[in-house]
Write a protein that binds this ligand. Structure first.
Ligand code: FAD
Ligand code: NAG
Length: 498
């Protein structure tokens, strides 16, 4: 590819723009949103506003009906605002519905439920719930992930081996459907809809509220870091039922074929004072660097303040920030500017331009593949051969045998594992499309699933084979969605996104 001088500067000196401009803007944005959240929550003004805001959405949908259902609908949230590295092209062509629902509505400690609007973020949830002594059973790590996206797409965390995916911690959903009415669903009320909503990407209706379980929080997570020498050994540890049952958090980072760190953790209020490590402080090393250090120094135990634990991969966006700010983990940089990190993914997307996007597409891969745990060893071998990309993120989860798009192949709950690959593959001859295609075929073969925020090159037939559409199709008919919303495939396949 011909690269002009200007483009060279754009790519290699992007950090200047990011540091001088995006970091301060991100800090100000977060501070304003945090203050707003505190005030709204203190005044409990959100519940009063909520009904009015939902009526505004209903009105937009009814107007669309009155105008003869000319064009199908999607939310008006701009493509750059989401976490996925892509923007939906359909945002420009479909009829946009404004959804201004960004507040936590109610924390009900009696029923152990929090009721939230869909644009509430994970950072907002921990900031609100943890000081009250509560937390979510499954709290996906990056601050900017939204409840709506985690339900309509997917969400996972290191407690998922006990609680399942984010969808499994939800108790009820409220949606505005194609005819403009509000429908509530739970496992007892409209159960078909309840099970069809997760992974449906807004193609059955607009989510306007969700009730999510809450569990008591504790001050720390007691973590044990255990360096592991081979893929076989790592697989053995994850397959050990006692380890799985007894520890509240399970995770591994794979640094090479022969170097992984297996991590187990529990919530606790007591800590050995000399082992407390507030890893989230801005001057602290990035988490994956910190964890990698145990490969040299051997097993260790630490007590990590709860909120620091939850957002441990936030500051370095797993390991993706290093590509943008190469010296971001330098101690001097952390001391001086670490408090502004990370830049918001949305702002990075908004400002990246065509050249950078093309370079990323050519050299980078960002995928999360969900495979049965018994295939972990084989999958890591395949990833190694195909990508040679490290670190890999390993996060186990229980896949409940429930109706819907994603469930185990058999009729029993089954342990699965998320393998996250983010970065620049080093295999000779890596080429994004064919390599990703082979990865997708492998995942399909082991009865796994692709996370749909990532680039998917599956054909419509392959997509339907991977994701069970039987309940979804039934609900699409029942709720008259054909003229109202595109199908999931039409929103998530690579051609639908830029
Ligand atoms: C850098 C990066 C880091 C990530 N880290 C994690 C992680 O730590 N843990 C994890 O579990 N996942 C992670 N993911 C994946 C993430 O789970 C998905 O992107 C997920 O869908 C949430 O993203 P979002 O909040 O930006 O949702 P969006 O992309 O905004 O939404 C996802 C889909 O849901 C639909 N939707 C959202 N709200 C509504 C609504 N109110 N009504 C109707 N439809 C709606 C949207 O139209 C869209 O199709 C990561 C992804 C990236 C790119
Ligand atoms: C967590 O608690 C269980 C039992 O309660 C114990 O078996 C396990 O070793 C603990 N894990 C850690 C990291 O302390």
């Amino acid at each position: 590819m011909e690269i002009s001088l200007m483009e060279h500067i754009l790519i290699h000196y992007r950090w200047i723009f990011v540091c001088l401009f995006l970091l301060p803007v991100s800090v100000i944005y977060d501070a304003v949103m945090y203050l707003r959240m505190k005030i709204v929550f203190a005044l409990s003004s959100a519940p009063k506003q909520h009904d009015k805001r939902v009526q505004q959405i209903q009105k937009q949908v009814r107007d669309w009906n009155d105008q003869g259902r000319q064009n199908r609908m999607c939310t008006a949230r701009p493509g750059w605002a989401t976490m996925s590295f892509r923007r939906g092209l359909y945002k420009h062509t479909l009829h946009n519905i404004e959804i201004n629902l960004i507040d936590i509505l109610n924390v009900d400690t009696q029923r152990e439920i929090v009721r939230v609007e869909p644009l509430v973020t994970m950072g907002q949830v921990t900031a609100c719930l943890n000081p009250l002594g509560w937390t979510l059973p499954i709290l996906p790590e990056l601050d900017d992930l939204t409840v709506g996206g985690l339900i309509m797409g997917v969400g996972i965390e290191t407690s998922s081996h006990l609680y399942g995916l984010f969808q499994h911690s939800c108790v009820s959903f409220e949606l505005v459907t194609a005819d403009g009415s509000v429908v509530k669903c739970s496992k007892d009320e409209n159960p078909d809809l309840f099970y069809a909503v997760p992974w449906s990407h807004g193609t059955l209706g607009f989510l306007v509220a969700a009730e999510i379980k809450i569990v008591p929080a504790k001050k720390y997570v007691k973590m044990e870091y255990i360096p592991v020498g081979s893929v076989k050994e790592l697989e053995r540890r994850f397959l050990d039922e006692d380890t799985c049952k007894n520890n509240q958090f399970l995770e591994a980072l794979v640094y090479s074929r022969s170097q992984s760190v297996f991590m187990v953790g529990n919530l606790t209020d007591e800590a050995e004072p000399d082992k407390i490590n507030p890893i989230g402080n801005y001057w602290k090393p990035w988490f994956y660097k910190h964890v990698g250090g145990f490969l040299q120094t051997g097993p260790a135990t630490e007590y990590i303040p709860l909120r620091h634990y939850y957002h441990r991969h936030t500051r370095s966006i797993f390991w993706m920030l290093e590509d943008i700010i190469p010296f971001g983990n330098n101690p001097l940089f952390r001391m001086l500017f670490g408090w502004m990190v990370p830049p918001k993914v949305s702002l990075l997307k908004l400002t990246q331009g065509e050249t950078i996007k093309m370079m990323y597409e050519k050299y980078q891969l960002i995928q999360d593949m969900l495979v049965p745990m018994k295939e972990l060893g084989r999958s890591l071998d395949f990833f190694d051969k195909e990508l040679d990309l490290y670190p890999l993120w390993i996060c186990p989860f229980k896949l409940f045998s429930q109706p819907g798009m994603v469930h185990p192949a058999g009729d029993q709950d089954e342990m699965y594992v998320d393998i996250g690959a983010y970065g620049t593959p080093r295999t000779k001859g890596f080429s994004t499309v064919p390599s990703t295609r082979r990865l997708e075929d492998f995942v399909a073969e082991v009865k796994g699933f692709q996370m749909l925020y990532a680039d998917s090159y599956l054909s419509r037939e392959q997509f339907r084979a991977m994701f069970d559409h039987s309940l979804y199709d039934k609900m699409r008919k029942q709720l008259d969605c054909e003229k109202a919303f595109p199908e999931v495939y039409e929103k998530v396949n690579r051609k639908a996104r830029t």
